[in-house]
Write a protein that binds this ligand. Sequence first.
Ligand SMILES: Cc1cc2nc3c(=O)[nH]c(=O)nc-3n(C[C@H](O)[C@H](O)[C@H](O)COP(=O)(O)OP(=O)(O)OC[C@H]3O[C@@H](n4cnc5c(N)ncnc54)[C@H](O)[C@@H]3O)c2cc1C
Length: 587
Amino acid sequence: MTAGTLSHLAAAVRTKASTASAARAAFRASSPFISAQRATSTVRFSSSSQSGSAGNDASNSLNGTPEQYDVVIVGGGIAGSALACALASGRASGTQKIALIEAFDLSGHMQWSPKPDQYSNRVSSLTPRSVLFLKQIGVWSELDLSRVAPCEGMQVWDGVSGARITFDGADAKKDSTRSSFLRQVFSGASSTPASSAEFFDDQQQQPDFSKEQESSPLAYMTENLHVQYGLQKQILAHKARGIQLDIFERTKVQDISSNTSSGQESDASVDISDWPVIQLDNGRKLQTRLLVGADGVNSPVRTFAKIESLGWDYSQFGLVATLQIDPSTSTAPDQGKGIAWQRFLPTGPIAMLPLNNGFASLVWSTTPKIAQDLKKLPAKEFCALVNAAFNASPAELEYLCKNIGPDGQPLVDFQSEIEWRASVQDAEKGGINRGREDYKAPKVVDVQENTRAPFPLRMRNSNSYVEDRVVLVGDAAHTVHPLAGQGLNQGLADVECLARVIEQGLLSGSDIGNIHSLTPYSSERFFPNLAMLGTVDKLSKLYNTDFGPVVWARSLGLTAVDNMGPIKTEIMRFAMGLEEPTSSRRV
Ligand SMILES: Cc1cc2nc3c(=O)[nH]c(=O)nc-3n(C[C@H](O)[C@H](O)[C@H](O)COP(=O)(O)OP(=O)(O)OC[C@H]3O[C@@H](n4cnc5c(N)ncnc54)[C@H](O)[C@@H]3O)c2cc1C
């Protein structure tokens, strides 16, 4: 245990102190067998370091003796930063010595001061569950709510057949005493709550989704930078009130090893020989009771722990951009509400997510070539193509995309091509391929400069989320296609669960790095994440074709579900994070 930490903890948990040391002794006795699997392993990561570390406030570990921590979090993305905040706000975990390591600049997020008519291109739809968690850790109140757009409804339709499903946030609130049909389909489990009450104490309350449901829209849209801004503000506030939270920014993890000297002890009673040692590219070394990998899809921590990650790359890129729209052109029943629009095309889904002040965020999943071409197109033609992608037939869209020159120049007059084709279709009374006139997405009138950026799309799932002294959260544990807007929400649910498991472990005197202490986290999160990954992957594959029988079958399904109130309600509750499939399976 690091200097001073045990005494802090002992003060915090008072009467549990003797139980704690007994439990630690028991865990120490059981851990050598598990850690022996990695007894001498060292994993070195390529280091194209940024400008070294700045603002590092850890005391000197340059003399070769690693500095000891209770928790080291690698990765200061949203998941890692949220975990730092959650631990810092816990009654017991707030007494721990914590380090957060990030390759990029974190303090820069504090300078974020966007203009009202500008939105950054990385926007996430946060479920009510994620928002509740951000509220609980004090981050939500740091946000500028004028930059958070509630999404009250969603229009999803098949670009080939025209079959459509309409989601309305109000429907999800209708019946909270449902039979939980989908939960049983997913897991075969009974409809017990997703989280087990055994991990909560009076500080780490079980999120009360039922209350959130009463007042929530389907989701809240906001910029990732905005969330990061709130997180970094909270981290600073925790530091200011004396929480031992050291930030290593612009610092890369160079390698991680599992054993420096056998039998090493930090004080008379604690054997730290199986604590991982993290070598930073600024020359410092840290040694930790618990190493958290919040380091994204290529997680160095996962590599160190020899946890296999399975999955595949979709041959798709997600092109993001900030759009300016004309809201008055939307023909949805209630234009005042934020509505998300998603159309499934054979090349991938295109989605327009509502922002405030007449802006919207685009995520267009398409082939790598089309994504690159779209990035280069002049703004006017780009907007014409986005409008066509929401309204024209897939064949028309394919024709237009093929007429983008090598330098992004249009080879035909896009606007007149689109208008001519629309007039022909109108004359034919509109085929099923065209958007229904009563539910038409708003017209895109401009694209904000320098916001078009393509991201490779992947599906990955780690075989396990925990190893002795190592735990994975967020994209390090699982990465999902963005079509359902769930990746970050899953990561935040991981963080909420892990913080609760750590808090409970500390309060019961457990060694929080021991695999037995971490297993409840894995048991709670692995199956819901896997079920989400599988569902989203199947959806992406189902819609990635224009093969007649498949189109017919999926359209029948979509139309049927649209007419089945209870099942639609259930789907919405899953999408809002209000329910999850459960499993008693231990992973
Ligand atoms: C186009 C697109 C749209 C999306 N839309 C949504 C949405 O609407 N809703 C939603 O919920 N999700 C969405 N997602 C998914 C979401 O963006 C991710 O799931 C989320 O950002 C992952 O966060 P993370 O903190 O787990 O990982 P990351 O954001 O990848 O953070 C990992 C961090 O670790 C750091 N790191 C890595 N290696 C090292 C090292 N060696 N040393 C130090 N630091 C290191 C990195 O610099 C990085 O900052 C979308 C994804 C894409 C691609």
